[in-house]
Ligand binder design. Structure first.
Ligand code: ZN
Length: 125
């Protein structure tokens, strides 16, 4: 089972790396990349989980602990994905200043950076 334990350990370090990145991003396109990366990580974790279950079935070992770790890692990634998606929708609700590009809070009448009067439109793609 050594191989699968390695997979799980690697999974955990990947979770931390993606999580750190996501916390610093305020750009929608970067957030989208981050969400795509998280989806990729989730799929990898599902694959690892499948291997663990397959291996356990073949060898009649109990893989309860490893399965639990994979499930926790997947849950954690889904939580991060939710957080990234929330950040994306929060940014999309912001009003972008046409003059300086500042992202102002929803409902702001004037740009908080340059003072330009803002049009109340939702940021497009
Ligand atoms: Zn501005």
């Amino acid at each position: 089972m050594g191989l699968f334990e390695d997979v799980v350990v690697n999974a955990k370090s990947a979770v931390t790396v993606v999580g750190k990145k996501a916390g610093q991003i305020v750009d929608i396109s970067k957030l989208r990349i981050s969400a795509a990366e998280l989806n990729g990580e989730i799929n990898k974790r599902y694959e690892a989980l499948g291997r663990v279950v397959y291996d356990a079935h073949k060898t009649e070992d109990s893989a309860e602990e490893l399965i639990q770790e994979c499930v926790s890692a997947i849950d954690e990634l889904y939580e991060q994905l939710d957080a990234v998606n929330e950040q994306i929708s929060a940014l999309r609700r912001r009003t972008v200043c046409k003059v300086c590009g500042e992202q102002n809070p929803q409902g702001a009448s004037y740009c908080c950076k340059c003072g330009t009067k803002l049009e109340q439109s939702v940021r497009g793609e």
